[in-house]
Design a protein around this ligand. Structure first.
Ligand code: XIL
Length: 366
């Protein structure tokens, strides 16, 4: 009973001692093969974001990956401030199974070992989110254009879950099992999984993930499910109905890729409605972008917006933590994807804290 034990641990997590119980195998995992790159070691800041979040029985996490580790100052900042890591790219299908049946965990292992070597799993509530098993994007073409029959694609998907979730079994506190299943109007996105297998691909993926890693919380993750609207409604209905059928969905991940000055006004109510289903809510990929270059006004608005999001999570007792999608603007995915926009993270290009950072601290301290 993952949910029950998780619940009791969250409830028990009011005391520092109980925090260590949260993750099943805290500091013992040894990934294989041994990465050749050295694993960075940092020093946790006792006044950093995760330390503050823990006082509110939350974690504060960050997307990080091997390609950032050559920046030593940045790596130290990550290990000082944050208590949870999501591999930004290294656990995606194109990386972990680039050709059929050929698995590559080299970079994933480095990220996982970094979390472990820094004893994030001992000091943090939730050291590692694993992202992601079934997603239409960053999917190798052998899957997307494989012309598989329904039966074949189910087998391909199960095999991927068996190998990837199996490799890290017992380590992540949560897995993003299905990512971005919906269109903006709440209909299902026409991915290769949906078109070939039908809606049941979601049930099959979650059931398989539970079989393979019974200790991980299993999440369905999406963007634009922060405020109320058709996409949030679709997510709520899917999770409600799936759980009625016994499908093991434990957590809804709200990516929270947001735009400065345009936050939905119903974030707290919406996340509460999700939590009311009996699942956990996690803010999984928070960033709040703006037209660049930034100025004092946009930075101030961004600070207010970060505060709104962190406060919304703190107001929903089943919201377990907040993960930002990178720490410094220098390394954000935003400018590459949204032309003319950027500066969405709490640290600037020079790794200096922005007003947004101070606003998060204020929210966590309040
Ligand atoms: C992004 C990464 O940040 C980029 O480095 C990569 O090129 C594309 O993917 N939703 C998700 C994340 O679930 O996996 C995406 O990450 C951002 C949007």
């Amino acid at each position: 009973m993952v949910q029950l034990s998780f619940l009791s641990l969250v409830l028990a997590a009011t005391s520092a001692v109980a925090l260590e119980l949260f993750v099943p195998e805290p500091c013992t995992f040894t990934a294989t093969p041994t990465p050749t790159t050295s694993i960075p070691v940092g020093k946790r800041d006792p006044k950093g974001l995760d330390a503050l979040a823990q006082r509110k029985r939350r974690y504060f996490g960050v997307a990080f990956d091997v390609n950032r580790m050559s920046d030593a100052a940045y790596t130290q900042l990550i290990l000082a401030q944050f208590g949870q890591i999501t591999a930004e790219n290294s656990l995606k299908w194109e990386t972990t199974e680039p050709s059929r049946g050929v698995f590559n965990f080299t970079n994933g292992d480095i990220v996982v070992k970094t979390a472990q070597r820094n004893k994030m799993s001992c000091q943090s509530i939730a050291p590692l989110r694993a992202h992601t098993l079934v997603w239409h994007s960053q999917l190798p073409s052998w899957v997307g254009n494989g012309n598989f029959t329904k039966k074949e694609l189910i087998s391909v998907m199960k095999n991927h879950i068996n190998n990837v979730a199996g490799h890290y079994r017992g380590v992540p506190y949560a897995w993003d099992v299905v990512n971005e299943a919906f269109n903006e109007d709440g209909s299902f996105r026409q991915t290769v999984f949906y078109s070939t297998i039908g809606e049941e691909y979601i049930d099959i993926a979650f059931k398989q993930a539970r079989l393979v890693d019974p200790k991980a919380l299993l999440a369905i993750n999406d963007y634009n499910i922060d405020g109320q609207g058709p996409k949030s409604t679709a997510m709520i209905n899917l999770v409600k109905n799936a759980r009625k059928r016994g499908v093991p969905i434990d957590q809804i991940g709200a990516q929270a890729h947001l735009v400065v000055g345009t936050l939905p006004t119903t974030i707290r109510e919406n996340w509460q409605a999700m939590a009311n289903l009996g699942v956990w809510v996690a803010v999984t990929e928070l960033d709040i972008r703006m037209p660049t270059p930034a100025n004092a006004t946009s930075l101030a608005q961004q600070a207010a917006d970060y505060k709104t999001v962190v406060n919304a999570c703190l107001a929903v007792s089943r919201c377990v933590g907040v993960t930002v999608w990178g720490a410094s603007d220098k390394y954000s995915w935003v400018p590459e994807v949204f032309s003319g926009e950027g500066a969405p993270l709490p640290y600037d290009d020079n790794l200096a804290p922005k007003p947004a950072y101070n606003a998060i601290v204020q929210a966590l301290k309040a």
